[in-house]
Design a protein around this ligand. Sequence first.
Ligand SMILES: [Zn+2]
Length: 102
Amino acid sequence: MELKTKVQTYIINYQCDKCKQGNMVFQGKAKKGIDNKTMMFQHRCNKCSVIQDIKGKQYPQMRYEKVEIKDVDKLLDNLHSESKNLFFYSLTEDCRKSMEEE
Ligand SMILES: [Zn+2]
């Protein structure tokens, strides 16, 4: 059975520790750390070109988080009332469509 879950997508960047302006980008190279277990991933700053090994992680990273109802409420609070109405309109429109399809 297929289950569908609405998610929010986040892109996690690692800000360069040296110039604090660029982002660290994984270079496709990895090696074992000093403990001989953890992988060290080679990253390069897209601004100052500094090379840094990051323990166990690759950036940029994509993260998916489930959309909670309370987050949707929070989102709506931040919207201008006019676009809020539009949002509700498209929301009900979608609901209507999916009901018609069934
Ligand atoms: Zn940098």
